[in-house]
Design a protein around this ligand. Structure first.
Ligand code: MG
Length: 394
């Protein structure tokens, strides 16, 4: 039996993970579940998979969960970060799936790696904020990071057992988002509802906006740098609207290996749970006679500056990747709340990046990562406030 900890069980990835568990009950056991505030869904999940323990973000959510689970034998861990960390280090867990949204999962992911566990990583922000720390911790304690992000999962499959020195470049594919063909003036009028309609993947709200701005691909470039140990100039992005090729690796001899499949997050999740084995999946296989033509186009960094900013942050180093991620989270939230226009998202981020050097060098530990993260969030909130008052005045 493979024992699992699922952090972020009520989100989109967490629900897909539990569907994988459902299919492979004879091989997978959920030891512990952690979620944010959704105690109602967590209670249902507890009844379905019977974990040994659960964690939630707040006392109120824990109280609600207890009232829903009267008579069920499950340990409710302390609320907040303490419970999340206890879940990440729960005894005898083989694979920790880190799908906690945003930055909450960073310390949990580091602790799991510090115990030499396999980390199935769905939270790319963790690597963007603290890639060097994560990779270093995994190397020192024998932990393994298996990417659940579909592009990196594809690259992991293409690279498996090959020498990274033989790689010329990694090619991340991007759907291009719902505004692939919009011109600049149309982008200025985009609303949150427009942006939440993603053409190929069903995902959470934050990542759907990131897909529309191409920041998601930018964060993935940084994620790939740390997962596979290649520099940014060897990581390319191709817009591939059909999302059939999930990513590719080009080798020094010019050969390109690609991984293709249907767009279903259960596949990369199952790959991470079963690795190095492969198991049958309850997903219809890809029928290449029905996909239609496959297109590959260069991304437009003028219309989608967020991708350029991510390359800039990776190349610049220091606190820029932390600042990029933090400012983006604030700007996306402000956009979803109707406080910020779509094209103002990269403006807010760029301003924060350029101010970061006056305050921070390269964060050397978790405390310094958190300090840079907090500073960038405050700075981004101030920038949103300024833009809003300017717009109201005009
Ligand atoms: Mg992805």
């Amino acid at each position: 039996m493979i024992r699992l900890a699922i952090l972020g069980s009520t989100g989109s990835i967490g629900r897909s993970a539990l569907s994988v568990v459902e299919t492979h009950r004879e091989r997978l056991h959920v030891a512990v579940l952690a979620a944010g505030e959704n105690s109602a869904l967590l209670a249902e999940q507890v009844r379905a998979v019977r974990p040994e323990a659960v964690a939630l973000a707040s006392d109120a959510a824990c109280d609600d969960l207890r009232s829903r689970l009267e008579g069920v034998d499950v340990e409710v861990l302390p609320s907040g970060p303490e419970g999340l960390l206890a879940a990440a280090t729960w005894p005898d867990v083989d694979v920790v799936l880190c799908a906690s949204s945003g930055t909450a999962g960073l310390e949990a992911a580091l602790l799991a790696l510090g115990q030499g566990r396999t980390l199935a990583l769905a939270n790319k922000e963790v690597l963007v904020m603290a890639g060097a720390l994560m990779v270093d911790t995994a190397a020192r304690h024998g932990g393994l990071i298996l990417p659940v992000d579909s592009e990196h999962n594809a690259i992991h499959q293409c690279l498996d057992g090959r020498r990274i020195d033989d790689v010329r470049r990694l090619i991340l594919t991007a759907s291009g988002g719902p505004f692939r063909d919009c011109d600049r003036s149309a982008l200025e009028r985009v609303t949150p509802d427009d942006a939440l309609r993603h053409p190929t993947w069903q995902m959470g709200r934050k990542i759907t906006i990131d897909s529309a701005t191409l920041m998601n691909k930018g964060l993935e470039v940084i994620e790939a740098r740390w997962l596979f140990g290649v520099t940014g100039d060897r990581i390319d992005v191709l817009v591939h609207p059909q999302s059939i090729v999930h990513s590719m690796v080009e080798f020094v001899d010019g050969s390109i290996l690609a991984q293709l499949g249907v767009t279903d997050m259960r596949l990369p999740i199952q790959y991470a749970f079963s690795y190095p084995e492969r198991w049958a999946a309850p997903v219809p296989p890809l029928d290449l006679t029905r996909t239609g033509p496959l297109e590959f186009l260069p991304p437009d960094l003028e219309r989608f500056p967020c991708l350029r900013l991510a390359y800039d942050a990776l190349g610049h180093g220091g606190a820029w990747p932390v600042a990029l991620n933090a400012a983006n989270e604030v700007a996306v939230e402000a956009f979803l709340d109707g406080e910020l226009g779509f094209t103002a998202i990269p403006e807010v981020i760029e301003g924060v990046l350029h101010a970061a050097d006056d305050h921070f060098g390269t964060p050397a530990n978790l405390g310094e990562v958190r300090a840079a993260d907090r500073w960038a969030r405050d700075r981004a909130r101030a920038a949103v406030g300024t833009l809003r008052s300017t717009n109201t005045a005009s």
